[in-house]
Design a protein around this ligand. Sequence first.
Ligand SMILES: [Zn+2]
Length: 268
Amino acid sequence: MPEGDTLFRTARTLERALGGQTVTRFETVLAKLARVDEDSPLAGRTVQRVESRGKWLLMHFSGDLILLTHMLMSGSWHIYRPGEKWQRHRSHMRVVIETAAMLAVAFDVPVAEFHTARSLERREGFNRLGPAPLAADFDAAKAIANLAARGDLELGMALLDQTVLAGLGNVFKSEVAFACGVSQFRRVSTLTPAQLGDVVRVAQQFLLANVTPASGHRRTTTGDNRMDENLWVYGREGEPCRRCATPVCRKKHIGDGRVSFWCPACQE
Ligand SMILES: [Zn+2]
């Protein structure tokens, strides 16, 4: 599943492509979206801005209309010039937003809804999002308090809980725990306030490092963009820990798609 940095970059790319432009054509195979378009057409509206919030993507149109999408495991947004060949088959298309210069195509997005500012505030799952480290108004103290309030959870579970902190997935979860020297299997209540602060600070630092104009397409937490050098532990099962050379461990959690990587010597 794409994590917060990927969504942030997608939003930025979409905003650069479509921001300030007038929609000339809207197309969708999703009946609920089509009905809204029939009642109050997208064509003629301006794309005001595109932003991410955790793993959600919000496209704001003039006239108080917001397209909310979530990629889950399968979805993606692509940008094309008119007439350019798509990289996915048309059968995967869910939404097309076209302007005079560009079109944005959402493929296989499992969640796509129109909202007004008010209905968005009430939207289950979105209205309880925790602070997003990539948001301009990120509230680190609130994120730390949210973590502390989930003392009964394993750290790894708490970091994936989007109501605690919005935007982390399996990769950043493992990377943050490693960088902080704490096991993601520890209950949050066993962490000191300093460790909780570290976890939130590092989570923000890692996400931010991957959305700077200079950051490449390969995600990095080590600061090295080269393949096989870019992450501390994620995807490195059996390979030597970069700090102590102990083989990195991996655990696949049954049933929920979670996977964890860690160094048994560096993290406790
Ligand atoms: Zn180690």
